[in-house]
Write a protein that binds this ligand. Structure first.
Ligand code: 6PG
Length: 469
């Protein structure tokens, strides 16, 4: 390959970067890769096998391989590593060059970097990429944000590399500034909530009904081919089949019950609170990861605090059917919370998000892909300004049809002493949202009682304070 001719550069040749580079090269675009770890550069050279991908061991060599104006994707861990790469690259960048961050960066950091690079007239984009290792290699969902002129330059590459649904690529321009990172952040918030819901369903069937792993596999497989076709349910079924290489037991039973996190779920909830958009299921998913991390404390409390014996008294087969419906209603409620947050963020941050496009590109490649995203896409197609997915006729019918099962599941879990904060948060959100009156008048009265914070009245305009004593 001639030097100075590569169409795109990739910095960070770890699992994600290398696989995305190979995916792009598969589609016939020439890629130059660079990593500070020479072993990763070697791995790219080995795996490229005749594809138009070449590795560089110094940054000078790397930039020398690129066509001008340069287009470079960074796939490095979020936070300081991104700024370190920018610092190293800046002396080599010229006005008109394009720098793309493909990691899970915090959206406010992306906004700051766009401003910083703009001073050098370098285009900077924050692009959400979802789908893990396999997605990067064979087709991720791509959520590009930042200057539209930058997107126009890489669009053919992104469209070729992205997953396809009905022949359509799972990539679309999200909006200016940090729109791409924001959409990816909320994607991850939804991902956290769905994983929590699935974990709760596992607990209900494992401890509640005593189902063995083999049976659990069949249940999730069944859900995946009936009510809940989705990537997360599909991989969950596979997890129950996996045996440990040492000892031959189920691998899942050897894994410590402490869930870790890198921050995207927490950021989602933090910003939802700033926007004042309620996302209680995503919040409970983050809290449950934190609670799981208190493992020793939980084990002490297990001895100290008594409660019901965590066994469900229901007929197993009927309960599993109810659970499937409860899960479907909850998944719709979670998407609804996430989409409402995107609408709120779009208004405040000026992203101009088109939620139909978001749903469309989430239908394939990403971690939260599921059959529900097609009716969700249709809902926003029919009404781009739809306030809540729960008000869309088709989705409303599913949730209202499934609600009795969600109630049965949450009540049974509470009676048995099994924690289901995600399912319960979905049900409470649904009931609060459909409640034309809420007891918030009492909260207002209390605030006024102790703090003279004032309240509004139904019968008169203005703000009022009362001497309550
Ligand atoms: C994806 C994933 C990916 C990553 C998460 C994991 O869309 O491909 O969301 O981005 O696996 O960041 O996040 P936690 O480590 O916080 O669970």
């Amino acid at each position: 390959m001639k030097s100075g001719n590569c169409e795109i550069g990739m910095i960070g040749l770890g699992v994600m970067g290398r696989n995305l580079a190979l995916n792009i090269a598969d589609k016939g675009f020439s890629v130059a890769g660079y990593d500070t770890d020479a072993k990763q550069v070697e791995a790219l050279g080995r795996e490229a096998e005749g594809r138009p991908a070449v590795g560089a061991v110094t940054i000078d060599e790397f930039v020398g391989l690129l066509r001008t104006p340069k287009a470079i994707i960074m796939l490095v861990p979020a936070g300081p590593p991104v700024d370190a790469v920018i610092d190293a690259l800046l002396p080599h960048l010229l006005p008109g060059d394009l720098l793309i961050d493909g990691g899970n960066s915090y959206f406010r950091e992306t906004d700051a970097r766009i401003r910083r690079l703009d001073e050098r007239r370098v285009l900077y984009m924050g692009v959400g990429i979802s789908g893990g290792e396999r997605g990067a290699r064979f087709g991720p969902s791509i959520m590009p944000g930042g200057p539209e002129a930058g997107y126009a330059r890489v669009r053919p590459i992104f469209e070729a590399a992205a997953a396809k649904v009905d022949g359509e690529p799972c990539v679309a321009y999200m909006g200016p500034g940090s729109a791409g990172d924001y959409v990816k952040m909320v994607h991850n918030g939804i991902e956290y909530a769905m994983m929590q819901l699935i974990a709760e369903s596992y607990d209900l069937m494992k401890r509640g009904l005593g189902l063995p792993n083999g049976r659990l596999r069949e249940v999730y497989d069944g859900w995946n081919s009936s009510l809940l076709p989705s990537f997360l349910i599909e991989i969950t079924a596979r997890i129950f089949a996996k045996k440990d290489e040492v000892g031959g037991r189920f691998l899942l039973d050897m894994i410590v019950d402490e869930a870790q996190q890198k921050g995207t779920g927490k950021w989602t909830v933090q910003d939802a609170m700033d926007l004042r958009v309620p996302v209680p299921t995503i919040g409970s998913a983050v809290h449950m990861r934190d609670l799981s991390d208190l493992r020793e404390e939980r084990q002490e409390a297990d001895h100290a605090l008594s409660g019901p014996d965590r066994r469900l008294s229901q007929d197993g087969a009927r309960f599993v059917d109810s659970l499937a419906r409860a899960m479907r209603a909850s998944m719709i409620i979670v998407y609804s919370q996430g989409m409402a947050q995107l609408a709120g963020a779009s208004r405040l941050y000026g992203y101009g998000l088109r939620l139909e496009e978001v749903a469309k590109i989430w239908r394939g490649g990403c971690i939260i892909r599921s059959a529900l995203l097609e009716p969700i896409r249709r809902a926003f197609h029919n009404r781009p300004d739809l306030k809540s997915l729960l008000l869309d006729p088709a989705l409303k019918e599913m949730v209202t049809g499934d609600q009795a099962d969600l109630r049965t599941v949450v009540c049974s879990a509470a009676a048995a002493g099994l924690p289901t904060p995600g399912l319960a948060a979905c049900l409470a959100y649904f009931d609060a949202y459909r409640s034309g009156w809420l007891p918030a008048n009492l909260v207002q009265a209390q605030r006024d009682y102790f703090g003279a914070h004032r309240y509004r009245r139904f019968d008169r305009e203005g703000l009022f304070h009362t001497e309550w004593e």
